[in-house]
Design a binder for this molecule. Structure first.
Ligand code: PEP
Length: 245
């Protein structure tokens, strides 16, 4: 890791109730005394029900809050069960995850993802834009082609690069305990960075306190998106500490 500034996204997925908010207290405390605090950015993406209470809890801290998905229309409408980007912004979110493979699997395609990203930018949100190949695509050596398509379509007609964090998350690595070989991951991150210049690029997929020692050696990474391990503050803090060791 040679970056001056690292981003850590905690994706809580569909886990957590009001009690879970207590688990962020150790992270707030840790950040106050952490010697590298100026170069860490932490964004919590809890389930929608926890965005506002979390926002209130984090208000006077450097930590930020984001949503996990949104509707593509930033105006209100008859879309039962949906939440738009204006609403996310209204309850304190500064970020939103878009294109997560768990939602792509439910039918979200690149065109819809592009509409969602535009909506988020329109509402003043920053976007955590997830991309990644499936195991089948990897075996067929299609990774670069897939990533190129996902990014080109997802970011079509989007100019504000500063508002977007690209998170490379191989689908086969999410929640499985598997991570890509370090040299392969370095190559993939370099491919994204060379082709889509000036974007910050994160890695996500089974990041944990053990494998972070290897992952942090990838010098062109800007941070990590952490699912399972982010729900445990001890593990989450451990990952952050080890990134800087
Ligand atoms: C994720 O939620 O995008 C993710 C990477 O999860 P995990 O860290 O559990 O693999």
């Amino acid at each position: 890791m040679t970056n001056k500034y690292m981003i850590f996204i905690a994706n809580w997925k569909m886990f957590g109730g009001l009690n879970s908010l207590n688990s962020i207290n150790p992270v707030i405390k840790f950040l106050k005394i952490f010697k590298n605090k100026k170069s860490v950015k932490i964004i919590y993406c809890p389930p929608t029900t926890l965005i506002y209470p979390m926002y209130k809890r984090l208000k006077n801290t450097p930590l930020m809050v984001g949503g996990q998905n949104c509707h593509e229309n930033h105006k209100s409408g008859a879309f039962t069960g949906s939440i738009n980007t204006t609403m996310l912004k209204n309850v304190g979110a500064s970020y939103v995850i878009i294109g997560h493979s768990e939602n792509r699997r439910n039918g979200e395609n690149n065109t819809l993802i592009n509409q969602k990203i535009k909506s988020a930018i329109n509402s003043g949100l920053n976007v955590i834009f997830c991309i990644g190949e499936t195991l089948g695509e990897r075996k067929k050596k299609l990774t670069k082609k897939i990533l190129n398509r996902q990014i080109t379509s997802g970011l079509k007609k989007i100019k504000n690069k500063k508002k977007i964090l690209i998170s490379y998350e191989p689908v086969w690595a999410i929640g499985t305990g598997l991570i890509p070989k370090i040299n392969e991951l370095y190559e993939t991150i370099s491919f994204i960075k060379n082709k889509f210049k000036d974007y910050k690029v994160l890695y996500g997929g089974s990041v944990n306190p053990k494998n972070i020692k290897d992952l942090k050696t990838i010098e062109n990474l800007d941070g990590f998106l952490i699912g399972g391990a982010s729900q445990n503050s001890k593990k989450f803090i451990d990952i952050i500490k080890k990134t800087y060791n």
